[in-house]
Design a protein around this ligand. Structure first.
Ligand SMILES: [Zn+2]
Ligand SMILES: [Zn+2]
Length: 291
């Protein structure tokens, strides 16, 4: 974050917040209404359904898909950042959404009478984005009604190779100066945010990295437990039902499973009652974001 960006009066007070396994998630994720999640330790924001308090500080959006509740606020955010003299917003989207978004920005620039600065990057599944020197994000195809991506964010660091551990600093310096590669790259998936998807994403071979993420933020839109008709309806809309998540959850290897995108039909209290009935091994990993 540049000094200039810190000059804004924007803050994230009033937003839902959850601190789990070293990651702070701030924002909102309500099914069909608005999704925008900020991960301040990683310097990245996921989706921009509207433009909630705190969003203006983020220069990079990793977007899951182009439904309005996930991307409707993008023009407003780009325009707001421009007004405050911040760097142009970097918007990473599924490759299929890039060109239509360029057209939207062109039309809006025409209406506003100036070019709204934005950098739009379209990505095919498997693409990697460097957020900063120690943070990279990789996208994976999810299963939704429009082209969609999950994003896995990794911390990247360099660590001393085992054969050099315990050596004196002066010796390591000499080796380095002699051109010896004394470190290895170390990558750890910290956070995966799935966006909107059916449960198949979590079960696929391609999503192994998502299942290893320390924190997995998965959508569970429907919460009426034990209702086969509800599962079928949820799937028709390209979403996940809580019973499907419970059946798949044992494959998750990380520390925290954050369930978001609950439909407004279900209260937090109702969702908490479902969580309370989960097997203890799953219950202790599960967190809910928002009311
Ligand atoms: Zn949605
Ligand atoms: Zn959607």
């Amino acid at each position: 974050m540049s000094e200039r960006e810190m000059e804004t009066t924007d803050d994230d007070r009033g937003m839902d917040q959850l601190h789990v396994a070293g990651v702070t998630l701030t924002g909102v994720a309500r099914g069909g209404v608005e999704t925008c999640l900020m991960a301040k330790e990683l310097g990245v924001m996921f989706d921009i359904g509207m433009c909630p308090p705190g969003a203006q500080r983020y220069g990079t959006v990793l977007a899951s898909h182009a439904h309005a509740d996930h991307l409707g606020g993008v023009h407003y955010l780009a325009s707001l950042r421009s007004m405050f003299g911040q760097k142009p917003l970097k918007l990473h989207v599924p490759v299929e959404a890039a060109e239509p978004l360029q057209r939207i920005f062109a039309a809006w620039s025409e209406l506003e009478g100036y070019q709204v600065p934005v950098e739009i990057f379209g990505h095919a599944p498997g693409a990697t984005v460097t957020i900063r020197r120690d943070v990279q994000a990789t996208c994976f195809r999810t299963v939704h009604r429009v082209p969609s991506l999950a994003w896995v964010v990794e911390r990247v660091s360099r660590r001393l190779k085992p054969e050099f551990q315990g050596r004196e600093g002066a010796e390591l310096k000499r080796l380095r100066q002699a051109g010896v590669e004394i470190t290895d790259e170390h990558r750890a998936p910290e956070l995966c945010v799935t966006g909107d998807t059916q449960i198949e994403f979590l079960l696929s071979d391609e999503s192994a990295m998502a299942r290893r993420a320390r924190v997995l933020v998965h959508e569970v839109t429907s919460w009426e437990a034990g209702d086969a008709g509800a599962i079928a309806r949820t799937r028709r809309w390209g979403h996940t039902h809580i019973d499907e998540l419970i059946a798949a959850a044992e494959r998750f290897e990380g520390e925290a499973l954050v369930l978001v995108h609950r439909s407004m039909r279900h209260s937090r209290k109702a969702a908490e009652a479902v969580v309370a009935r989960m097997p203890p091994s799953l219950r202790e990993k599960v967190h809910l974001l928002g009311n």
